[in-house]
Design a protein around this ligand. Sequence first.
Ligand code: LLP
Length: 453
Amino acid sequence: MTGAPWSTGVGRLPDGALAVAGVDVRDLAAEHGTPAYVLDEADFRMRARAYRTAFEAAFGAVGAGVDVYYAGKALLTVAVARWAREEGLRVDTASSGELAVALRAEVPGAEIGLHGNNKSDAEILRALDAGVGRIIVDSLVEIERVARLAAERGVVAPVMVRVTTGVHAGGHEYIATAHEDQKFGLSVNAADGAESPAMAALLQVLKHPELRLLGIHSHIGSQILDPDGFEAAARVVLRLRADLAERSGELVDEVDLGGGYGIAYLPGDVALDPERVAKDIAQSVAGVCQELGTSLPRFSIEPGRAIVGPAGLTLYTVGTVKPVTVSADDGADFTRTYVSVDGGMSDNIRPALYGAAYHAEVVGRTSAAETVLARVVGKHCESGDIVVHEVRLPADVRAGDLLAVAATGAYGRSMASNYNMLPRPPVVAVAGGASRVLVRRETEDDLLGLDQG
Ligand code: LLP
């Protein structure tokens, strides 16, 4: 097997071509075309199970229950939602569309959460009608909106309040700041002498007979590689929970610590280890609850990327290769080989949006050639249409070569666009030596079908 950042089912065949779960990428390309998102089902299931069992064991050891919600925003298809459920995960959705996919997969409403900082009446009603297990409310306006709609339906809506703890994490660092200048959640920090927006929201929920306050939600960021941020945020949330109990007599049952568990994108990257991070967080929250003199709540987490990111790769065909002479800062010239593939920023916006780094390899053959400094680019009308900023590829890379980019399972298809009227690639699952289409390739007819002329 090839190792991170590739999925566990990826290996090289004797003739040097790459295979995913026993399927030759040349066969995948021939059958499904390129570009294509290829998903290693066993890898997805393994990671889903690894997160669930690690958190159940670690939190169980300190006497707390835990639920793992798969964050569907990373990639949600009907089959993917089923896999998550079959591995004992619940599903976190962030829109009516994601909710529709989870329901189509027959995930029970009670095992679905609905997020969003601006849910419409229609989205909230759909969630109430589906009997979702929790609606995570994000503002005072929304608390009133959910209460009104629950009253209209004659139901009691289960809600969590999303708070911002001042801990913001991502990449290798985390920062704890007093106030976060962003749209999500309600701050636990109060202006001088005032009540914090988070406390005000929690008290407001408790006033409504149409709402049942399940607990407090905190999501601190994404691609986090240092567990300290989770622990720092959990401490703040648990303190808020204790303060609320003091204010209202209500010790809420649940605390969600969000997603954000980081993965390997490049060879040599070390992903967060679910067992280690689960143990660290569990021991830390147990200690905090002891300090505060409160019982432990039931916890939940919402990993998306860590479940599906490594399971996916994108398969492209090389169209053109162009050496470009570049002047370095020190005045010396060097050559960068631009390798254009048949997709680009429409199937993976992350390099353009975040400067995200990826790893690519020529996967349809071996090459004995020296490597050259290459940049993999797409076919869109923008110089920022970069798929992989920097990677060493064999000097004989040429038109017709198959190229795979690793770890594209999360936020690739789910953030894809039709820029330049490119049809979005299919999602192809591979398991046990066979492939099947989970989401078919879009066609020009699909795109023209929307155009009313
Ligand atoms: N829960 C909540 C409330 C979230 O907002 C998110 C991600 C997650 C869970 C899942 O986070 P994960 O475990 O996948 O990191 N599009 C960006 C990431 C934005 C994520 C937004 N929220 C990217 O491509 O990196």
